[in-house]
Design a protein around this ligand. Structure first.
Ligand code: ZN
Length: 440
């Protein structure tokens, strides 16, 4: 079979790089030189001085303000060298242990509990009912729930007097979404790096150490698995991380989100059709394609990273090489391989660049396998009128420019032993068909 690569990636004599995303059909041009504009999107133009605090209180995700977010489902606690999970911590015991990561319901769900109830007849299961009862029978818990429902009603536009008039029973009904909802947030412990002096020294994914990053990823996978167990109508979960406000984050404190959906979404559905026609498509138009165009720039035993083509924003794609096609089916070593690679890209990106991290994988009810992959998109440009009128998107960096920006930083990080010792740039093996998801 002859692969028509030039239709998807074409560098013109002046360097303009025309791209068509093989999996989404998005048409993108990148004009060289545009990236010489400064790339940092630091939201804080003039960093403000901050007082470092042992226990932080800078936002609702900080540890002294746990009662500003819904009740916690699980926390990860470090005991010696071990990470231990504690489920359903009673509200009066929140401060007895230090949560390295916490899993909490989203106060403002994208897909609400009512959606699942009204459209599918979803009911809280026994475990969720029990959690609800024990939480509400705790006086600190009852106070927490009423306060937070009052806050939510207020934010939804009700006045203080109107909120006061709503009967407690009705408010507690609203709280069901905390105990049975399918939209969770995974929150990191710290807001700022230790000893931060200015408010732009936020802790990003890249500021975690390698082990913490692995625990963070694994914790998010556990959230997915739990959501599928609790909500039998869920067919897919969207897993993503918005870093800083240009990427859509409403809070600067590091967090990921996991949202259950009753469908795959159009891009996964379209890609499933492609896999049905050609099971090896993610090698041919993903890893092999990138290899042929020297866009692969990092590789370890379990993961491979390359610059994606046909994205509206400069995008790194990290693919799992595993035969398993869903995150939860990966071995610990494979998850570590993915985590180390994602972590290294975040480190090389730095905390000042706003970015989205998006996960894709085989839906639980699909019999057609596609690989687990994580895309990191630098939100350094705002699509404007030109894009709206033409459906051609202008990406401010060519794929080669993005690769050449990351590679020297990765070498440096590796020299300093701050990332795993994996292959970089020309050291990558580039074996054909590195992704093994297609194997039965
Ligand atoms: Zn915070």
């Amino acid at each position: 079979m002859r692969l028509d690569y030039e239709n998807y990636y074409h560098i013109m004599p002046d360097g303009t790089t025309k791209q068509l995303n093989p999996f989404t059909g998005t048409e993108v041009w990148a004009v060289p030189g545009r990236s010489s504009k400064p790339v940092s999107t630091s939201h804080t133009v003039f960093p403000k001085k901050i007082e470092p605090k042992e226990k932080e209180d800078f936002c609702s995700f900080c540890e002294t303000r746990f009662f500003e977010t819904p009740p916690e489902k699980t926390r990860l606690v470090k005991q010696g060298d071990q990470y231990v999970r504690i489920n359903f911590v009673p509200p009066d015991k929140y401060s007895e242990t230090v949560a390295v990561f916490r899993r909490i319901p989203n106060l403002f769900e994208i897909v609400t509990l009512d959606y699942w109830r009204k459209n599918y007849g979803f009911k809280l299961n026994e475990q969720q009912q029990q959690w609800r009862e024990s939480y509400l029978s705790n006086s600190v818990g009852l106070r927490h729930i009423t306060d937070i429902i009052n806050f939510k009603l207020n934010r939804l536009g009700k006045s203080f007097e109107e909120v006061e008039k709503i009967p407690l029973e009705e408010k507690l009904q609203m709280a069901d979404s905390f105990f049975g909802g399918s939209h969770e947030i995974i929150i990191a412990h710290r807001h700022f790096v230790p000893d931060a002096k200015f408010d732009d020294q936020l802790i990003s994914s890249g500021d975690l150490n390698q082990e913490e990053h692995y625990q963070y990823l694994k914790f998010a996978i556990e959230s997915m698995v739990d959501i599928f167990q609790m909500n039998r109508y869920a067919r897919y979960t969207s897993v993503f991380q918005n870093w800083l406000s240009p990427a859509g984050a409403s809070v600067d404190h590091l967090h990921k989100q996991v949202v259950a959906l009753d469908e795959w979404g159009s891009s996964i559905a379209a890609q499933t059709k492609m896999v049905m026609q050609d099971p090896n498509i993610f090698n041919e138009y993903g890893a092999n394609f990138a290899g042929h165009h020297n866009l692969v720039f990092a590789e370890n035993e379990h993961a491979i990273a390359f610059v994606g083509i046909g994205h509206r924003f400069p995008t790194v794609e990290i693919y799992s090489k595993s035969q398993a096609s869903r995150p939860q089916e990966h071995s610990e070593e494979e998850i570590r391989g993915m985590s180390n690679m994602v972590h290294a890209i975040h480190m090389a990106t730095g905390s000042q660049i706003s970015c989205n991290e998006e996960w894709y994988y085989t839906p639980i009810d699909s019999i057609y396998k596609m690989p687990w992959r994580i895309l990191i998109k630098w939100r350094i440009n705002v699509p404007a009128g030109f894009e709206g009128g033409t459906s051609i998107y202008i990406n401010p960096m060519t794929p080669i420019e993005l690769r050449d920006r990351l590679v020297p930083v990765l070498y440096k990080l590796r020299d300093e032993r701050r990332i795993e010792f994996f292959r970089i740039a020309e050291e990558c093996k580039l074996r054909p068909n590195p992704l093994k998801y297609y194997l039965k």
